[in-house]
Design a protein around this ligand. Structure first.
Ligand SMILES: [Zn+2]
Length: 243
């Protein structure tokens, strides 16, 4: 059977469809994948985007984010919009995303397991004031005004390297309970998302839409489509409406 048609049928049959999305869905909104910025900078993104780097080299940390992750004008693309529509039609039940860009905000049930770049929080436990992170970046002042000497840093609400992923367990169980797993634009090589896939009960159908191949292909119950996410979801949507 044509894999588009097959995915459409799987979607109709499933009572719990979980989507895992990665950078590939956002690049279709024109966002660069920060992991591809390797080599441009003196340090790797894994080093710069770490908890200790943030506290010890705050200015450089903010400079890196401004250069690689400033997505203020980005808009959800066809892929994000179709997923939101499928959620309204009860075809998608949970989105788990690695992306921090907030572009899944058009959907309701979204777990941003690496957090969101849209907001930031004062690190003073007595304050915890929330900020619009882009406003903080634009202002160039990374300190909260809750103390006279402006002692406390404002940290973006993203999960940094060396930090725990608070939503990992909920994401794990959500994948475990799924009847259909849809993986969009993730190479499945970055932890902890790579290990999330192992939470599916054997025999559960897994659909992977990604430009490049992933370590999960060729296995039983795995359908892999190497194409644009937006265009592929649009074709599946058409197949859903025809049958
Ligand atoms: Zn504060």
């Amino acid at each position: 059977m044509d894999s588009i048609l097959e995915v459409a049928q799987l979607l109709k049959k499933s009572n719990k469809t979980v989507v895992i999305s990665g950078a590939g869905i956002s690049t279709e909104s024109g966002l660069p994948d920060f992991r591809s910025s390797k080599g441009i900078y003196q340090h790797t993104p894994e080093y710069v985007l770490s908890h200790s780097y943030f506290f010890h080299h705050t200015k450089e940390f903010y400079d890196f984010i401004r250069k690689t992750m400033y997505f203020r004008d980005a808009k959800p693309n066809q892929g994000h919009l179709i997923l939101a529509e499928w959620e309204r039609r009860n075809l998608v039940h949970q989105i788990i995303t690695q992306n921090i860009d907030g572009l899944h905000d058009v959907s309701q049930n979204v777990m941003e397991i690496h957090g969101s770049i849209l907001t930031a929080t004062c690190q003073n436990k007595q304050c915890r004031k929330k900020y619009n992170f882009y406003d903080v970046l634009d202002s160039g002042d990374f300190h909260c005004d809750c103390t006279e000497d402006k002692r406390y840093l404002i940290k973006p609400d993203i999960v940094l390297y060396e930090e725990a992923v608070p939503l990992y367990e909920s994401a794990f169980w959500s994948v475990h309970d799924s009847e259909l797993l849809l993986i969009l634009g993730s190479s499945l090589t970055v932890q902890p998302v790579a290990s999330l896939v192992t939470a599916v009960i054997p025999g559960t159908p897994v659909v992977i839409i990604n430009n490049q191949s992933t370590p999960y292909e060729g296995k039983k119950n795995v359908i892999a489509i190497h194409a644009s996410i937006g265009e592929t979801l649009a074709k599946i949507d058409e197949a859903l409406n025809e049958n």
